[in-house]
Design a protein. Structure first.
Length: 223
């Protein structure tokens, strides 16, 4: 009996087609009927795609239908078991893709902003270096101007001292000129006095000589 059972089982296995096992998933893309009433006998108002957002107005546990309103204001009945608290996976994935694309776009924008900021920073650094060079040149020129100004002040101070010496020399020259003038006047007076004295002496001598001659003549005449 056992042998017969094993033979039958072997024949059944051998008779069944040999196919490789495949793993598949049930798609969530389906449509739900929105009806005018709480039974399949009522007419279909429209088909609601999976993930569509609706507002529940009433819930009938007896018929297991719910009165809902769509986003565009259309009302009807759908089976309550097709209503879930969270969006469908497809909608969540769609939202995630949108957010991902937005994040990618934002990332590209930020990358562009970073590149622009780097370029701006490089330009600012170049401008800063140029300003530093200009500042160094200005400081050098200022130092040269200060040196020139100091030299000018030194020259002016020397000129001032020299002018003081010149003024002193002029005063001394004036004093010497006055002194020389006085000496010249004194010398002239002295020569005048001397000349007058010599003339007076010569006049006196002339008178004396004349008298002596007269006396000699008189004495000679008396002989």
């Amino acid at each position: 009996m056992i042998r017969i059972s094993l033979l039958v089982l072997f024949l059944m296995v051998g008779a069944s087609p040999l196919h490789a096992a495949e793993v598949k998933y049930v798609t969530d893309e389906f449509e739900v009927t929105l009806r005018s009433g709480t039974s399949t006998a009522n007419s279909i108002v429209r088909l609601l795609r999976s993930g569509a957002e609706v507002t529940v107005l009433e819930n009938d546990p007896a018929t297991q239908y719910s009165l809902v309103e769509t986003e565009d204001g259309k009302q009807g009945y759908v089976l309550s078991r097709f209503l879930v608290e969270s969006p469908a996976a497809r909608e969540i994935l769609k939202d995630l893709r949108v957010k991902y694309e937005q994040q990618q776009l934002r990332l590209e924008q930020q990358q562009t902003e970073i590149e622009q900021l780097q370029q701006s920073l490089q330009q600012e650094q170049a401008d800063s270096q140029t300003l530093k060079n200009t500042l160094r040149a200005s400081e050098k020129e200022l130092s040269e101007v200060r040196d020139a100004a100091q030299n000018t002040l030194n020259i002016l101070e020397q000129n001032k001292r020299l002018q003081t010496v010149v003024d002193q020399l002029r005063e001394e020259k004036t004093l010497l000129s006055d002194t020389n003038a006085e000496l010249s006047d004194s010398t002239q007076i002295d020569w005048f006095v001397r000349g007058a004295a010599v003339s007076l002496i010569a006049f006196i001598i002339g008178i004396l000589v004349t008298r002596i001659r007269w006396r000699k003549q008189d004495s000679w005449g008396s002989y």
